[in-house]
Design a binder for this molecule. Structure first.
Ligand code: PLP
Length: 395
């Protein structure tokens, strides 16, 4: 390795350490339980309501609506299950195609596969790390046409049944342009907002622009329920269907077990929702801390050559779920050396996901030119991002 790169890596480690302070091990993302988690979970246990019925689930859904501005929220067991059902409700069927970024967590693609649909991978914008709307439009002009049944890929003959933008590391995509493209091509939008609870685009919460939106409350997210997810929608009928499908399609009855279609056991347990209520009460504080941490990183890296800290796109208020170091140039060897050195220094760091089109099970899926995705895969390193790292420095 050239000596300049050795120096560069040492400098990066010094700057990250300077921001996070302590010299012990620092995790990539640690949940913060500073609220009423114990009290609410205890209440669940004391009352015996720990499973799929209980008042915390309803309360959690109410709080999610208040936080996001969505008319309806349906709490489920995880974000992947939420995506699965949201795609079904958007009309994703066997042998249709679902547009999504290749730069995403595998759950986005898996949810389409669960519906027996085919992911169709889109490239991302360097400014948002999410789908590049202009280039998507150009691509659709090339491979798709509008027919009575909707947008059809004339190369494969398959209908394009949904578009799934994902808000990478909590940074909103350009929703104005993306919704415009989706509407013009008559493609329903399901937002994968798993990472972006608390993130706004033009003052409106992510996950509320499409027909449906999806959140995750996995242990590594800004708000956690241990495991959990939610479906957001303004459409009452879709919300009713989401509730029905995620509770095994059980027909309400005093004692009979009657199910009127194939449903899913996806309802969030009360125990998880109890933790979620306590966590949501602290969301605004978490976002403030994470935004402060991002500013500390940006200041620390100002003037460091060859690398920068990703900053929120225009018109956005990001939750900065994960901070990202971006190398000026793609360089897999440097990226890996940096990851090794950071982790060896007990600063837990991770690369961005291996792009979906490079995974064995999705390598033959249709896609547009993916040059930015491939470049970013060799440039992005996520560094410690827990809310607690902002210390008392919240502005
Ligand atoms: C972009 C994205 N989509 C979907 C998911 C799936 O969420 P979960 O882990 O709750 O199933 C996650 C996170 O884990 C994610 O980051």
């Amino acid at each position: 390795m050239p000596i300049t790169q050795v120096v560069q890596i040492a400098q990066i480690i010094e700057r990250v350490r300077g921001v996070v302070g302590e010299d012990g091990p620092v995790l990539l993302h640690r949940p913060l339980f500073g609220g009423r988690e114990n009290e609410y979970v205890r209440r669940c246990i004391d009352t015996g309501w720990v499973s799929s019925a209980g008042s915390f689930v309803t309360e959690f859904e109410r709080q999610l609506c208040a936080t996001t501005g969505a008319r309806n929220a349906v709490a489920v067991v995880n974000g992947t299950a939420a995506l699965h059902v949201a795609l079904m409700l958007a009309g994703v069927e066997r042998e249709t195609e679902v547009l999504m970024p290749s730069l995403t967590f595998v759950a986005t693609a898996n949810a389409a596969a669960y519906c027996r649909a085919v992911p169709h991978f889109c490239d991302v914008s360097i400014n948002t790390l999410g789908i590049d709307a202009g280039r998507l439009d150009d691509h659709l002009r090339l491979v798709c046409e509008l027919r009575p049944e909707g947008c059809v890929n004339h190369r494969t003959g398959r209908r394009v049944s949904a578009l799934v933008p994902m808000h990478t590391f909590g940074h909103p995509v350009n929703l104005t342009k993306l919704m415009e493209v989706a509407n013009r091509w008559r493609i329903p939008v399901v937002e994968d907002a798993a990472e972006s609870l608390g993130s706004l685009y033009l003052g409106k919460h992510t996950g509320t622009f499409g027909r449906l939106g999806v959140l995750s409350f996995n242990g590594n997210k800004i708000v956690t329920t241990g495991a959990g997810g939610a479906i957001l929608t303004d459409d009452e009928e879709l919300a009713r269907r989401a509730r029905h499908l995620t509770t095994t399609a059980k027909v309400p009855h005093a004692f009979e077990y009657v199910h009127d279609e194939v449903g899913y056991n996806y309802r969030m347990p009360n125990l998880n929702a109890a933790m979620g209520c306590a966590q949501l009460e602290q969301l605004a504080g978490f976002v403030d801390r994470k935004r402060a941490l991002a500013r500390f990183y940006a200041d620390a890296f100002a003037g460091v050559e060859g690398v920068s800290i990703f900053r929120e796109p225009a018109d956005c208020h990001s939750n900065y779920w994960l901070n990202a170091l971006v190398l000026d140039k793609p360089d897999m060897a440097l990226r890996d050396a940096l990851l090794e050195a950071l982790n060896a220094s007990r600063l837990q760091s991770r690369p961005v996901w291996r792009p979906m089109h490079q995974l064995e099970m999705y390598k033959n899926c249709p896609h547009m030119d993916l040059q930015t995705t491939e470049s970013l895969a060799a440039r992005v390193v996520n560094i410690p991002s827990s809310a607690e790292l902002a210390g008392g420095g919240v502005a």
